[in-house]
Ligand binder design. Structure first.
Ligand SMILES: O=C(CO)[C@H](O)[C@H](O)COP(=O)(O)O
Ligand SMILES: [Fe+2]
Length: 225
């Protein structure tokens, strides 16, 4: 059975005080840090890139934080070496940006010593990932249109999560977009075990409690609580 991983999206954090902000979220109980990298081309927003990931890594060394990086970029192959050198732990790329080169991107990520994740936008059918489930470490099902934090969770994406979980009981399945303490059970009942939450953690009255609620929902579905 896969673990329970809560991955607050630092998109909702303070980019001008990133290291302290990330350390605070880790101290509050986060398992991973979700790093949203947007290139202004694959999605209509710009965030950060390898130099900032490297700076963050310099402050929080490997082993002290798992950097769960979500690449919303048009050329995922291009950024693999730089992200590995910057200290990323996991590199999740969009299938839509790599249709012709999916196997090549997965191989490159692994060759560079990172965990490989693949993700699809809400409009992409889950079956396109059939050839890749056994080749990746994680599948991310987007529950909002990628590009911005603070959007509304799309429960209709849960059929994709169920489809994967029925076939792959051990695979890490992540959900990303609009997850909060109020809708988390829908996602964990479908089989999600890696939970990204930006607004749902950072804007919660108690981020610490929000992380506990998210994790307990995963653990409960796994019969561990
Ligand atoms: O990938 C993303 C957006 O493209 C973010 O990870 C996601 O939106 C998290 O923020 P929130 O929990 O506020 O929706
Ligand atoms: Fe994300």
């Amino acid at each position: 059975m896969p673990g329970a991983y809560i991955s607050p999206s630092i998109l909702s954090g303070d980019f001008a005080d990133l290291a302290n902000d990330c350390q605070r979220i880790l101290d509050l109980g986060a398992d991973w840090l979700h790093v949203d990298i947007m290139d202004g081309h694959f999605v209509p927003n710009l965030t950060l890139g390898p130099p900032i990931v490297k700076s963050l890594r310099d402050h929080i060394p490997k082993g002290k934080a798992f950097l769960d990086c979500h690449l919303m970029v048009s050329n995922p192959l291009q950024w693999v070496p730089d992200m590995a050198a910057a200290g990323a732990d996991q590199y999740t790329f969009h299938y839509e940006a790599a249709v012709e080169k999916t196997d090549e991107v997965i191989a490159s990520i692994k060759e560079h010593g990172m965990k490989a994740g693949i993700t699809i936008k809400p409009g992409t059918p889950v079956e396109v990932l059939d050839p890749y489930f056994s080749k990746v470490d994680l599948v991310l099902i987007m529950t909002v249109e990628p590009g911005f934090g603070g959007q509304k969770f799309m429960p209709e994406m849960m059929s994709k999560v169920k489809y994967i979980r029925e076939r792959y009981p051990e695979l890490n399945i992540e959900v990303d977009g609009g997850l909060t303490a109020d809708n988390i059970d829908v996602a964990t009942q479908a089989g999600a075990n890696c939970i990204v939450a930006g607004t749902g953690v950072y804007k919660a009255e108690s981020p610490r409690d929000a992380i506990v609620v998210l994790r307990n929902s995963v653990l409960k579905q796994q019969g561990k609580l």
